[in-house]
Design a protein around this ligand. Structure first.
Ligand code: NAP
Length: 251
């Protein structure tokens, strides 16, 4: 059975792998056997050390994924590093909190550009390679706000609803051609992304009280879903948006 989840010999490109959920996903894939290419702007030494500790190769690509012109180069560098690209994890994302009436065009473009536009074009660039090489796995990081509206994060909700829509659209197009496109929808996790929320003395206890599991998620809670969607265990799973949310959506 463990062979179903074995990623030995595979190469994975993970965006935003130097912090938070992306780092945990990268380490989980490495522990399952994959070599890791991390794309982002910040220091990658911590992720590198943990991937090496798992006995896998690591390569960092410095990239600002909000810059469309950099995306094809990221895929080229990943291919140059390990000679193959089997798994893409579109994890990089940002959030900006404001009442809808105060959201600026700059906020909107930053959030939708990073969370949705770059995800599409990085998937496109990766799929060009995967389609020519027999397939692969694309995992998008969605959100509870792929299903719900949220509070004071309209651009983020729009971008993550778009991520769910794109997950379905790309799965429809590429399922018969060997690429599995799926998404993970994390619930409330303790990372940089939620620092402001966790510091909000009104919202933080309300959120905790609504989570059936009775706790915020820790980044490692995504490990199983990520390895499943990256491995042969999910070969007949296409277009799924899998909540890993402590039961939030079930409530
Ligand atoms: P995080 O620690 O802030 O991670 C965000 C990552 O995105 C960073 O590692 C950052 O990498 C990368 N990133 C952002 N803009 C980028 C850009 N222009 N170019 C390259 N990389 C960029 O927060 P997180 O919680 O782990 O978030 C990861 C993903 O999970 C996001 O898509 C987020 O929306 C989603 N999510 C989080 C939660 C939660 O509760 N935490 C819930 C649902 C969904 P660099 O700093 O290296 O550039």
């Amino acid at each position: 059975m463990h062979k179903l989840f074995d990623l030995s010999g595979r190469s994975a490109l993970v965006t935003g792998a130097n912090t938070g959920l992306g780092q945990a996903i990268a380490i989980a894939l490495a522990e399952a056997g994959a070599d890791i290419v991390a794309a982002g702007r910040s220091d990658s030494s911590e992720t590198a050390a943990r991937v090496h500790a798992a006995g896998r190769r690591f390569h960092a690509v410095q990239a600002d994924l909000s810059q469309q012109a950099q995306l094809a180069g990221v895929v080229d560098q990943a291919l140059t590093a390990f000679g193959r690209l089997d798994i893409l994890v579109n994890n990089a994302g940002i959030i900006r909190r404001a009442d809808a009436i105060d959201v600026t065009e700059e906020d909107w473009d930053a959030v939708v550009g990073t969370n949705l536009k770059s995800l599409f074009f990085l998937s496109q660039a990766t799929a060009c390679h995967m389609l020519a090489n027999g397939g692969g796995k694309i995992i998008n990081v969605a959100s509870l706000l792929s299903f719900q509206g949220g509070i004071r994060v309209p651009a983020y909700a729009a971008s993550k609803s778009g991520v769910a829509g794109l997950t379905h659209a790309l799965a429809n197009e590429w399922a018969a051609r060997g690429i599995n496109v799926n998404a993970i929808a994390p619930g409330y996790f303790a990372t940089n992304n939620t620092a402001a929320l966790r510091a909000d003395t009104e919202r933080a206890p309300q959120i905790l009280a609504r989570i059936p599991a009775g706790r915020w998620g820790q980044a490692d809670d995504l490990a199983g879903a990520a390895v499943f969607l990256a491995s042969a265990a999910s070969d007949y799973v296409h277009g799924a948006v899998l909540p890993v949310d402590g039961g939030w959506l079930a409530r």
